[in-house]
Design a protein. Structure first.
Length: 95
């Protein structure tokens, strides 16, 4: 297992977690129970789960009226994609 495999597993896991936490928070909101803090939802996006968080926001129709999520999550995802492209372009070709 090399570094690219570890990165792929991490990103898969954190995006699944972000998606599930958005669903959990929506469920708790409907039942008027203790909620996941917004800072935690945003942190999951920042540490690599932005695609899962964005998908969770759309699928569960959760936090769609909050600008920090409606605008912030796509911006986080775009920033992460830009960093990924820069990193991929900076790695020398093997062969």
């Amino acid at each position: 297992m090399d570094l690219s495999d570890l990165i792929l597993y991490y990103l898969s896991g954190i995006n699944i977690l972000a998606f599930l936490v958005f669903g959990l928070d929506k469920r708790k909101a409907r039942k008027d129970r203790w909620r996941v803090p917004e800072a935690t939802l945003l942190l999951l996006a920042v540490i690599g789960g932005s695609a899962g968080a964005l998908l969770g926001m759309v699928v569960f129709r959760h936090k769609t009226r909050h600008n920090k999520f409606r605008i912030g999550l796509p911006l986080i995802l775009l920033a992460q994609l830009a960093v990924a492209v820069l990193l991929i372009r900076s790695v020398p070709a093997v062969g």
